[in-house]
Design a protein. Structure first.
Length: 140
């Protein structure tokens, strides 16, 4: 019959081996083998949909393919947005040729990501393939 100290040593050894195996799986199990790179870093183009909802509620949809890093860079390159740098990033004043001026008509362009009001400005939002980005004319 094994002594209690021998049983404890065996159980401790088994516990250590299980812990090492679990740690090894956690470090390798979720890895894709590729670093997290943006299109600008890889030189690859990414496609996303861009929707403009004008002041009359009419939607215009664009399929954008770009190798730029941010949505703002891609949309500016296509000539779809214009604006001014502000405290929180690019303040977009013109979308698809339509200019909104809060001081004149109490309207502005709101930026959305997959239908949710964006927490970042368009020039700070990195492109994710398949995501729908939009600007919607909003009344104050």
């Amino acid at each position: 019959m094994m002594k209690k100290s021998s049983i404890r040593k065996v159980l401790s050894l088994i516990g250590c081996m299980v812990l090492i195996a679990a740690m090894a799986l956690s470090f390798t199990g979720c890895s894709t083998g590729k670093p997290n790179e943006t299109p600008a870093e890889t030189g690859e183009s990414v496609t996303f949909q861009f929707v403009v909802t004008d002041p009359d509620g009419k939607d215009t949809t664009f399929d954008i393919t770009s190798d730029k890093k941010t949505v703002g860079e891609a949309l500016q390159e296509e000539g779809l947005i214009e604006g001014e740098m502000g405290e929180y990033g690019l303040y977009v004043t013109t979308v698809n040729g339509i200019t909104l001026d809060w001081d004149k008509d109490q309207m502005y362009w709101a930026f959305y990501i997959d239908g949710e009001y964006a927490a970042t400005s368009v020039d700070l939002t990195e492109i994710t393939e398949g995501v729908v980005y939009s600007f919607v004319a909003q009344a104050g």
